[in-house]
Design a protein around this ligand. Structure first.
Ligand code: KIV
Ligand code: ZN
Length: 386
């Protein structure tokens, strides 16, 4: 039976932690509405205790969305939890996200606290949060660099105190797909009531593995994936949710899992985030980059003209992108040039291409992309020479 994967979007919280990104409250509301349309299950709207602006943004998003669950982030502190309670007051569906770091490096250098002190804080904060929220998500920050037995103890403490969702943050993008599999096996083998809890992952991209790690988590027991649109976020960013969603769609044979994402809205939401964040999407970015459905070499263009599945694992329409393009350049073959000329109204066949193609190559060798204007002048020269 296929399992349902919840999408938890943190573009408005972790995404806004990108250097230079500062969404206005109005933009946050617009983004939240677009995220709702895209089909995410949970929107992390901000960190209410962090600033007045963040508090108001969580309030505004809580009032604006109707079907999606809204969450605020809270350190494992009463004041943070109280701020979340107030900020999400008007949300129809809500949860809270409580976190504290559990790894030795954070315990020793950030908190100067013992393992037992952290366990006590987890117990107290989750117990307190549970008084206000039916859904309490707990994150042991830097989980992937936490000693496996201690991680089990921290998570079991949160569950016993009432946490209903356990999120595994790969805070510094340290782990890999095998590490995720081992971590989940440890949890499955040692956590009491594992099956009653929603397990989530929150992967960062420091080593370029955030999407692969998120997908590995789906294979190993996670039913919630956290990430951002376009993968924006701290340092190298978070798992790009559009890539996770596209991989689940293209490889449904493999993941055997469903979600609520309307993939055809993907390009729209990606463009909105790029515009508001003032961060252009790299041309070669998977799924939403301008080159994601563009083919340059002769062999690829020839294959595409015969059957687009030769070089595309999904159609651009699937993610709401512009149609496939085959820009003509020095690597293009005669087939693609002939097809382009025919689309421009020229009656050309393979025989005619014998004289046209060498001229095309001369032009292509000296320019990046051969434009329609270039093609028209090539055809004019040839006609005049006859
Ligand atoms: O990366 C991280 O550990 C976080 C936590 C707050 C979940 O963003
Ligand atoms: Zn994070």
């Amino acid at each position: 039976m296929s399992k349902y994967i919840q999408f938890f979007d943190t573009t408005l919280r972790d995404g806004e932690q990108t250097i230079g990104v500062n969404f206005s409250i109005e933009q946050k509301v617009q983004i939240a509405k677009e995220l709702e349309k895209w089909g995410v299950d949970v929107i992390e709207a901000g960190f209410p205790v962090a600033s007045n602006e963040d508090f108001q943004a969580v309030q505004a998003v809580s009032a604006a969305v109707k079907n999606t669950c809204v969450t605020g982030l809270a350190r494992a502190k009463k004041g943070d939890i109280d701020a979340c309670v107030k900020a999400t007051q008007n949300a129809i569906h809500k949860q809270i996200h409580v976190f504290i770091a559990t790894s030795p490096i954070h315990r020793e250098y950030k908190f100067h606290m013992s393992k037992d002190q952290i366990i006590q804080i987890i117990h107290d904060s989750v117990t307190y949060a549970r008084k206000f929220f039916d859904i309490v998500e707990f994150s042991p920050e830097d989980a992937t660099r936490t000693e496996p037995e201690y991680l089990v103890k921290a998570i079991q403490t949160a569950i016993d105190a009432g946490a209903t969702v356990i999120n595994i943050p790969d805070t510094v993008g340290y782990t890999n797909p095998k590490g995720i599999a081992d971590l989940f096996k440890n949890l499955r083998d040692n956590i009491a009531r594992f099956d009653e809890i929603t397990f989530s992952v929150h992967c960062h991209d420091d080593l370029g593995m955030s999407v692969a790690n998120s997908l590995a988590a789906i294979e190993n027991g996670a039913t919630r994936i956290e990430g951002t649109i376009n993968g924006i976020g701290e340092r190298a960013g978070n798992a790009a949710l559009e890539e996770v969603a596209a991989a689940m769609f293209v490889r449904k044979d493999y993941y055997n899992a469903t979600n609520n994402i309307d993939l055809s809205e993907t390009k729209n939401i990606s463009e909105m985030i790029s515009r508001f964040a003032k961060m252009p999407v790299p041309r070669n970015k998977a799924v939403v980059g301008a080159n994601a459905f563009a083919h340059e070499s002769g062999i690829h263009q020839d294959g595409m003209l015969k059957n687009r599945q030769t070089y595309e694992v999904m159609t651009p329409e699937t993610v709401g992108a512009d149609k496939t393009s085959m820009p003509l350049g020095k690597l293009s073959g005669s087939h693609a040039v002939m097809t382009k000329l025919q689309s421009m109204g020229y009656q050309v066949d393979r025989d005619a291409m014998k004289s046209i193609f060498p001229k095309f190559k001369e032009v292509a060798d000296n320019t990046d992309i051969v434009s329609e204007t270039d093609l028209n002048s090539i055809m004019k020269d040839i006609r005049e020479a006859i």
